[in-house]
Design a protein around this ligand. Structure first.
Ligand code: HEC
Ligand code: HEC
Length: 415
């Protein structure tokens, strides 16, 4: 299952190669490209993307930028001051998302959405991998930014033209013409494509993939893990204990930080508890089914994979910067990192700890999926393979060690 996408670099370079050859040196008014020290690694195109990313005038009404929900200090995720921790507030006071904001760090490494061979298990079976969003519904970073700009629950712009008009009136508008030429705004459709291209160039920059955690420093030989953290790492990669690395991928033999993305970009149904705090969940018949509802999925589905078997599956999140990203899972149902790890270990051995009780006194297991899809939840893969009454693969001390290890994955600037 380890995704080692050669495409990742293709995606990154694709962005750079698509940079038009512009006569920048003669026409650039240098002042608009002024960079802070932090911004120094960015190309002009990426810097333009950063200005757009942080522009609070790009919502309707004004006040919400990409960075309001993807906050640098919190691993490029967040909730825009929402009173509900799990779901972000949109640009209008009564508009909430229905999913937890994921980090966008390291997402340039996600391959384009598709069905790929399951290399790890040497199986011919094709499995879904890659894309953007919890359900992969955007093909890649280039396709993604249109969604939040136009979504009523996020930035709520009525049209692409409306967004272009706002950028045209922004203080950084001269950057657009410097990068793309004097007719950058002439055709609204092309202009919208240019600004989403700038956004994805910024999202693919090294600022969003700094590999500057203590763990990265240990790979480079510049730091050492404490005994507790080292024990956590050992559990993380042990196929009989944590087995975390099977999905939150890394190459145990490799010292190259890019071999440790802590996700293989595949999809799994863990059966996390329902989050009653999400407004959409007030209706007991509303369920977030994840991957199987991805628009157009049926047209690319391999013959041997029934669509219904993908209901309840969500993309494996990277664990980089996970310590600063509470609450956890696609619905933010779990408040603490320790509990997010413990859930993996004790979901089936101690279900009453995680799910509400039925009248019978039993736990209402996997209560965020309708009965027809509960069987999709993974029960064979370590550490999810224990049954009620059995000893979990990880005890409390193991969970503590894993959390200590996960705390080493926080990049500089957030720690
Ligand atoms: C109101 C909050 C909000 C705003 C504003 C917002 N986002 Fe998001 N973003 C989210 C949420 C929630 C998701 C997950 C949605 C889903 O999976 O269905 C998301 C997902 C993403 C993803 C996919 C990450 C992944 O792990 O798959 C990217 C990339 C992204 N946003 C970039 C942007 C950009 C660029 C902008 C500005 C144009 C933006 N976002 C504005 C809340 C927001
Ligand atoms: C079979 C694949 C698989 C294995 C093995 C696995 N995970 Fe996960 N993990 C997932 C998926 C899928 C999610 C997201 C599920 C969701 O939100 O519905 C997740 C979510 C998480 C989260 C929450 C992250 C966030 O951003 O919300 C943490 C923390 C986590 N896993 C840690 C671990 C640890 C530690 C281990 C080993 C003990 C482990 N995982 C083993 C698939 C796996």
């Amino acid at each position: 299952m380890t995704a080692r996408p050669p495409f990742a670099l293709a995606v990154l370079f694709g962005v750079f190669l698509s940079l038009p050859a512009t006569p920048q040196s003669q026409t650039t008014p240098l002042a608009v490209f002024h960079r802070s020290d932090y911004e120094r690694p960015l190309s002009d195109l990426q810097l333009l993307g950063k200005r757009i990313f942080e522009d609070v005038n790009l919502s309707e009404p004004k006040g919400v930028a990409c960075s309001s929900c993807h906050d640098r200090k919190r691993g490029y995720q967040g909730a825009n001051r929402s009173p509900i921790a799990a779901v972000a507030l949109g640009s209008r006071p009564d508009q909430f998302g229905s999913r937890k904001t994921p980090t966008i760090m390291y997402m340039a490494y996600s391959p384009p959405f598709g069905f790929y061979k399951d290399a790890d298990h040497g199986l011919d079976k094709l499995e879904a991998r890659g894309g953007q969003f919890w359900d992969g519904r955007a093909e890649d970073l280039a396709a993604q930014p249109a969604t939040p700009l136009l979504s009523p629950a996020e930035m709520n712009n009525p049209s692409a033209e409306a967004v272009v008009e706002k950028v045209e009136n922004a203080s950084y508008a001269p950057m657009m013409t410097a990068v793309f030429g004097s007719d950058a705004f002439t055709d609204a459709k092309a202009a919208f494509a240019r600004l989403t291209q700038s956004l994805s160039a910024y999202e693919s920059s090294t600022l969003l993939a700094p590999f500057s955690s203590r763990f990265d420093d240990t790979l480079r030989g510049a730091e050492r893990l404490t005994p507790e953290e080292a024990r956590g790492l050992a559990l993380f990669v042990d196929p009989q204990r944590g087995n975390c690395v099977a999905c939150h991928a890394g190459k145990p033999q490799s010292k190259d930080p890019t071999d440790w993305l802590f996700t293989d970009f595949t999809y799994d149904a863990l059966g996390v508890p329902r989050n009653p705090a999400i407004p959409a969940n007030a209706d007991p018949l509303t369920f977030d089914l994840g991957l199987c509802k991805r628009p157009g999925l049926e047209t690319i589905l391999p013959k041997e994979t029934p669509l219904a078997s993908l209901c309840g599956a969500f993309k494996v999140p990277t664990l980089r910067n996970v310590a600063v990203r509470a609450p956890y899972f696609h619905n933010g149902a779990i408040a603490s990192l320790r509990d997010a790890v413990a859930f993996h270990a004790t979901r089936d051995t101690d279900p009453k700890r995680w799910y509400p009780l039925l009248k019978t006194g039993e736990a209402d297991k996997v209560n965020d999926l309708p009965p027809a899809y509960k069987a999709n939840v993974i029960v064979k893969e370590v550490p999810f393979d224990r049954k009620a009454g059995e000893r979990p693969r990880l005890d409390d001390r193991d969970v503590d060690a894993l959390v200590a290890f996960l705390n080493t994955l926080t990049d500089k600037g957030m720690r």
